[in-house]
Design a protein around this ligand. Structure first.
Ligand code: MTE
Ligand code: MO
Length: 552
């Protein structure tokens, strides 16, 4: 590698360090405008309309990405130049870094709503860039025999030597770039006191330092960005006033709740959460879009503002995870506010053979739902509200799907941004190649919430209670069996609809001893839960939930 290339790389990495630290500082000081975002904003606001239209026309929806990439390339070229300059005109290079910091600071301070403190990320970033550049150019000089050969005397020969190769002193060191440079006469005392081993070590040190700084900068850049967007999205969510549903919201009958069963409506904070997202996607409603495309006659794209103008309904719907083991709690019931997806699909007008509607999340996760299910009139909702508040971020803010009767992994896409009409034979959604069924209606299940497995109860009257669900079919009957006795019909609590779970209870005159309690439900189609044990994969667990209790 040529010395000038090493120096240039040092410059690029120093600029990266500046941007990385600026992102973190911006996040920590609550500044929404890191230098990169601020400069981008200034550019967007000031480029002539014709150029902007050109950008949008050429790059389409990726115009912002194009802007960022373009800015990045220009910046890298500038930083490369500064790195090369730093070898011989150190102060000029420092001036170049300062200019770079100043541009960021001015851009940030002049953004709408920004205060003087908005300059801090850029200025700290620039200061760090000077230090990094100093270190890396020094390491770069030592990294090759060409450079050491160009130095006069042993004092610059190794890292132990006191002086380094940057700074004004370096200005009189000729740049021995190009073939045969050291022999061209001007260089004197071509003496490299280092052994080949030391030269190799210095070369490695340079590359190592370059790598470390680049990695730390990238990590802090991404970390800072994440923190900033999290703040912004949390603030945007707090500002939302949800539209009211057209038509009356469902009334919760007094008799839905039974003592000893879980809460009929699951509070948002206790609602189970399942997704593949390592970092919760942060979606700003202002930039949210839903695109309905693929095998449709009329592709549709709607924004957040469009969505809020559509008719909204409010429905209690119980959703369940296919991974829920018999007797477990990956299930919850909430009041969802949303617009029926059927109307939007009707507008898009899917081709008759498009039997699968693939929902895609901003993070690329997909689930496939039968198109027919979304259009059969059930309350399949593009939901924006959960129990009276905007969707919590971890439950899909700003928009998710809720489809009564299907497990979440085939229907309940969070952070949804796309619905692509296709065929089941043409596309496998996320979990399908991983061993789960492409289609998965929720299986009829029931659970004993009280008494708990292993509970010790005094002899006498014991209340046995819990929940049962056969979503979109409805629960017709729940029965309880004590030991090997006859199945006894439990009292059913009221249900809001077939799309929600239903609570049940039974009064049991308990006699001393160890007892086994079992539960089974029958849906409104007349089908009783099978006793056959099946694991969750590929399409939902089966079997009867049972608990052991000791009565004294
Ligand atoms: N984007 C996205 N949406 C997703 C998932 C996911 O991994 N990513 N998981 C699904 C699964 S498996 C379930 S059971 C439900 C759970 O929704 P909840 O976390 O709001 O309870 O979300 C569904 N939606
Ligand atoms: Mo799930």
């Amino acid at each position: 590698m040529k010395p000038s290339v090493r120096a240039g790389l040092a410059g690029v990495v120093a600029a990266g360090a500046a941007l990385g630290v600026a992102e973190v500082v911006a996040a920590l000081t609550g500044n929404r405008s890191s230098p990169l975002v601020a400069v981008g904003g200034v550019v967007v606001d000031h480029v002539p309309a014709a150029v902007k239209d050109f950008g949008i026309a050429v790059f389409g929806v990726h115009d912002k990405t194009a802007l960022l990439v373009g800015t990045g390339v220009l910046l890298a070229a500038y930083a490369f130049g500064l790195g090369v300059l730093a070898r011989r005109r150190w102060l000029l290079a420092v001036g170049g870094v300062a200019l770079f910091g100043l541009v960021g600071a001015v851009a940030a301070v002049t953004r709408p709503g920004a205060g003087a403190s908005a300059a801090i990320p850029s200025l700290l970033g620039a200061a760090l860039a000077v230090l990094v550049l100093r270190h890396l150019t020094s390491a770069a000089e030592k990294a090759g025999p060409e450079t050491a050969a160009g130095k006069a005397g042993p004092e610059t020969a190794g890292p132990e030597a006191g002086t380094t190769a940057f700074g004004p002193a370096a200005a009189d060191v000729p740049d021995h770039d190009g073939p045969g440079a050291p022999e061209t006469g001007r260089a004197v005392a071509v003496v490299d006191m280092r052994t080949p081993y030391q030269i190799e070590r210095d070369r490695r040190r340079f590359l190592r330092d370059l790598g470390i700084v680049a990695a730390v900068s990238a990590a802090s850049g991404f970390g800072g960005r994440l923190l900033t967007s999290r703040r912004a999205v949390t603030a945007a969510r707090a500002d939302i006033a949800l539209p009211s549903p057209s038509g009356s919201a469902p009334v919760l009958p007094a008799g839905v709740q039974v003592d000893g069963a879980v809460s009929y409506v699951t509070p948002n904070r206790e609602f189970y959460r399942i997704d593949t997202a390592i970092v919760t996607p942060q979606v700003d409603p202002a930039s949210w879009e839903l695109r309905i495309h693929g095998m449709v006659r009329n592709p549709v794209t709607i924004t957040w503002a469009d969505l809020l103008r559509l008719p909204m309904v409010e429905r209690y719907v119980t959703i369940a995870c296919v991974s829920n083991e018999v007797g477990s709690d990956l299930i919850g019931n909430a009041l969802w506010l949303g617009t029926p997806i059927k109307a939007l699909l009707d507008l898009a007008d899917p081709l008759p053979e498009a039997d699968q509607a693939v929902q895609r999340s901003v993070d690329g996760w997909t689930c496939g739902t039968p198109t027919a299910v979304l259009r059969d009139g059930r309350d399949a909702l593009l939901a924006v509200g959960m129990n009276g508040v905007p969707l919590p971020i971890e439950h899909g803010f700003p928009v998710r799907m809720i489809v009564p009767g299907l497990y979440g992994y085939v229907s309940a896409c969070k952070w949804i941004t796309e619905i692509e009409l296709t065929r089941f034979t043409d596309f496998d959604a996320y979990w399908v190649p991983r061993g789960w069924s492409a289609q998965a209606p929720v299986k009829t299940q029931s659970r004993i919430d009280t008494p708990r497995d292993g509970a010790v109860k005094p002899a006498g009257t014991v209340t046995v209670a819990g929940v049962a669900w056969a979503t979109h079919r409805g629960v017709a009957k729940v029965e309880v069996q004590v030991d090997e006795g006859p199945w006894q019909t439990a009292a059913l609590a009221e249900a809001v609809s077939a799309d929600t779970w239903r609570q049940w209870s039974l009064t049991w005159p308990a006699s001393a001893g160890r007892h086994t309690l079992r539960v089974r439900a029958t849906d409104l189609d007349g089908v009783t839960q099978t006793p056959a044990l099946a694991p969750p994969a590929p399409d939902g667990a089966t079997g009867w939930h049972q608990v052991e209790v000791v009565v004294e």
